[in-house]
Design a protein around this ligand. Structure first.
Ligand code: ADP
Length: 534
């Protein structure tokens, strides 16, 4: 038994890396990364030890309040994207385990939905308090399995926790209605009731916040959930689930399964007990889930891919525009669905903006997210880097010019140089689809009408940004943009109090805010007749 395993003690399964501290996936490592890897492993070990001492190091699935292995004992590996090392083995589950998780959620629904709103609110608030109390460890876990810089990861914990706090408060405000009846001896009431068991499928880029944004309102309304986190980042989901138990959210109300995504998805879709699917991820998978939900006519909300335009007008305040563009483009190394994907710049300010952006991007430090001053972590995996390379190659072959970066970073692994490219055209792949990486592609436009046309020339419609000091223009353009979210002179638009979601093929429904509750509620009309008693 290794030193690290002893340090962890028993009770929870150890992280893979602790038994094999320097084991890594050979193909991902250039030889020059060896010293770097060793250093990170030490960090990973101390993160693991801290997590373990707070009981947050969970590597089994959660079904009916019990920590479970897969029924056939199979596991999948979770990697640290900064080093490639295996940080844990988690169960590789499928339909059978998912069916049991659904059954547990269904049982728990019978009692959870009958608690008073005040009682549910109290337990959610406790869950919020616990997440905040463990902000540091959860942030470290996010950095470990997702790669984003620690400061950003801790920011995600605060953001993620804010949904639990907000919906703990909203739980008490699920108001119904009384409608004046057209007949004198009748009364018409409208009740709002929880939809039932919810299947929540989440991606890797926000391992905590994408879960709390769904589970917070679901539990607040009285629903119970089966969560399927991304297999790339399941540890944060499991830690959050552990805290939900500690908060007194009853066994079975929150279940977490992971493994074969399509088998788990199919089980959730097939079950008549699952009344709602909420999903954040790719448009392709979202379409499959929407089609699959038709069989049992489930409620569906989808938060899918974007292709965010970021329009810089000649009259923009340059400093504000640079700050906002950096924030929206390079957050999580460009790996969010609201990251600017096309920076559309008016011709009068184009060169000045390109140079200023390039200067600012050059100052950004790339590296392991645990290191001080790093603002750009690794991409999630090799496939993500290859996608970035393909998009850049396509753009260059069609005339785009690399102003800064444009290649893998010398650190190796999945690190990529923050990049700025100019002379980008709408027909290039990088303008048609989400690059999901640290490339800022600059397109050029002449008139406001042209900017709106370029911005709307996509099937996506999640977030859009514009930078201008002209108030009339900011309203005109905001109203013309076919997007669910518009940031004016602002690159960071996500907050728990505002509705987040897209139009067109970017999705259905809204998350966060008072509107986020509606996704988990059914409306029931109750007619009280024969009031006169005759
Ligand atoms: P990304 O490219 O961001 O990983 P995906 O849509 O592939 O986006 O993944 C988002 C989530 O959807 C992940 O949890 C993934 O495992 C899950 N997923 C992928 N395919 C399916 C499927 N067929 N059914 C259910 N969930 C799926």
């Amino acid at each position: 038994m290794g030193l690290a395993r002893m340090a962890l003690g028993s009770g929870t399964r150890t992280l893979g890396l602790l038994c094999r501290p320097f084991r890594f996936v050979a193909s991902r490592h250039p030889p020059t990364a060896a010293v770097f890897v060793r250093q990170i492993s030490m960090e990973a070990q101390s993160v693991a030890a801290r997590l373990n001492s707070s009981g947050l190091l969970r590597t089994q699935a959660l079904i009916g309040g019990k920590w479970r292995d897969s029924y056939d004992g199979k596991t999948i590996k979770v990697h640290n994207p900064a080093t490639g090392e295996v940080i844990a083995n988690v169960p590789c589950m499928g339909g059978r385990e998912t069916d049991d998780a659904i059954a547990s959620a269904y049982n728990a629904f019978q009692s959870w939905s009958k608690l008073t709103a005040a009682e549910r609110s109290k337990r959610l608030r406790k869950w919020y308090d616990l997440i905040v109390a463990h902000k540091e460890e959860l942030g470290q876990l996010i950095t470990l399995e997702q790669g984003k810089p620690l400061k950003e990861a801790i920011g995600e914990v605060s953001y993620g926790a804010s949904f639990i706090e907000f919906f703990a408060e909203e739980a008490k405000r699920v108001y119904g209605d009384i409608i004046p009846s057209p007949l004198a001896d009748r009364r018409i009431f409208v009740l709002k009731q929880p939809v039932g068991v919810v299947g929540a499928i989440t991606p890797w880029n926000f391992p905590l916040a994408m879960i709390t944004r769904k589970v917070g309102p679901a539990l607040a309304c009285g629903c119970t959930v089966v969560i399927k986190p991304s297999e790339l980042t399941p540890l944060t989901a499991l830690a959050a689930a552990e805290l939900s138990l500690q908060a007194g959210i009853p066994p079975g109300a929150v279940n977490v399964v992971m493994g074969h995504a399509s088998a788990i998805g199919d089980a959730l879709l097939a079950s008549p007990q699952v009344r709602k699917i909420t999903f954040t991820g790719s448009t392709a998978v979202g379409k499959k889930l929407m089609a699959g939900a038709a069989g049992t006519v489930k409620k569906v909300s989808l938060e899918l891919g974007g292709n965010a335009p970021c329009i810089i007008f000649d009259d923009a305040d340059l400093d504000v525009a640079i700050k906002g563009t950096l924030a929206t483009k390079f957050r999580n190394s460009g790996q969010t669905c609201v990251c600017a994907n096309r920076i559309i710049v008016q011709e009068g300010i184009y060169d000045k903006f390109a140079n200023a952006l390039s200067n600012a991007v050059q100052r950004m430090q790339v590296g392991n997210g645990f290191h001080e001053d790093v603002s750009q972590g690794p991409l999630i995996n090799e496939a993500a880097v290859q996608k970035v390379e393909t998009f850049l190659q396509d753009a260059k072959s069609k005339g785009a010019k690399v102003l800064l970066g444009g290649k893998r970073h010398s650190l190796g692994m999945t690190f990529y140089e923050p990049t700025v490219i100019t002379d980008v055209k709408s027909e290039m792949l990088i303008s048609r689809e989400e690059v999901f990486g640290p490339i800022a592609p600059l397109l050029r436009f002449k008139t406001e009408e042209e900017a709106i046309h370029i911005a709307n020339d996509t099937n996506a419609g999640l977030a859009a940004y514009l930078f201008t000091t002209n108030m009339q223009r900011s309203w005109r353009v905001s109203e013309a943009l076919e997007y669910g979210i518009v940031g004016i002179n602002e690159g960071l638009i996500s907050t728990e109090v505002a509705p987040f979601g897209g139009v067109k093929q970017s999705g259905l429904g809204r998350e966060g805010s008072k509107y986020g509750m509606d996704e988990y509620l059914e409306i029931k009309y109750v007619c009280l007749g024969n009031l006169s008693g005759n």
